[in-house]
Design a protein around this ligand. Sequence first.
Ligand code: NAP
Length: 322
Amino acid sequence: MSKVAASGIQVGNVSTQVVKLNNGQTIPQIALGVYKAPNDGSTENACKWAFDAGYRHIDSAARYMNEEAVGRAVKEWTAATGVPREEIFITSKLWDADHDKAAAAIDDSLKKLQLDYMDLYLIHSPGTMGPEVRLEAWKALEEAVDAGKIKSIGVSNFDVEELDHLLANCRIKPVVNQIESHPFFAHEELREATIARGIHIQAYSPMAQGVALDRPEIKAIATKHGKTPAQILLRWGLQVGNIILPKSLTKHRIESNCQIFDFELDSDDMEILNNLDEGLKVGKLGPKGTSQPASPGGTRPGSRRSSGSGGLSGGKLQMSSS
Ligand SMILES: NC(=O)c1ccc[n+]([C@@H]2O[C@H](COP(=O)([O-])OP(=O)(O)OC[C@H]3O[C@@H](n4cnc5c(N)ncnc54)[C@H](OP(=O)(O)O)[C@@H]3O)[C@@H](O)[C@H]2O)c1
């Protein structure tokens, strides 16, 4: 497993970590994810509880249709606490149907978020419009960086071929590839290939959407460290160098999910967790990956998807059922 350097920082009385991106910008290694969070007070509260708990990073997307709630939370929480907006890291994403109108989509996200700039903006997935339109979208992202509307740009759900096509044609290199990664589906080959290209991994569904928290191996490690199963999965993500994006709208979970900087998994724990990879992909987007156990002949099945669309149908997000 590749590791990346992370630096510890203190946010109020909470210890947390940041990592440095390939453009020199730092990014908090944990974010509150807000997939499936409504555009209302519940998401506003979740963001504010997260900021109170020490998170300084929110992962949203145009497709989540909750940028307004995130923007209200940032505005109200920074006004109430005096913490400058510059200390908060906000991510949004360009949805697939907007690859041919990326500049307008960026302005729309900024307006909904009530921000002058976004810290990070991603192409949400390779989409269905093809590589040339995708490159046009990337050019619009680069121009938004030039205009000061975005600090860093990256991609999500890109496989190696899609990354290399972008790297061969871009002026500004992507800083991250946001993909599914957790012990049950580490996505190791894509992780390694992405990191080898100087691009960080942002791990979505870092708790596998909660579907495997009762596995005995996880519970045993949790008991050993006096932590919850969710904290064990999240700590694994930190230790392999992922930027993790746990989602919750529940106050006590938001708080406990970031209490992961005060303990360390040892090599025995990591070996057990690394051996849990069974290709349990919980999301519908993204490359299928090669995390399935090796077949008796030693090869890994199902490593490539057939097209760049990666689970998209008719330009619509296939919402995961879990
Ligand atoms: N780029 C992409 O294509 C993509 C795709 C998927 C996700 N993402 C990003 O990654 C974020 C996280 O991924 P995710 O939402 O799929 O999965 P996740 O964070 O692994 O899991 C979220 C689920 O776990 C529950 N949960 C949270 N904390 C828990 C705890 N301590 N114990 C037990 N259950 C807990 C949440 O419920 P409650 O809310 O009820 O607490 C929710 O049902 C998303 O919100 C989004 O920002 C990006």
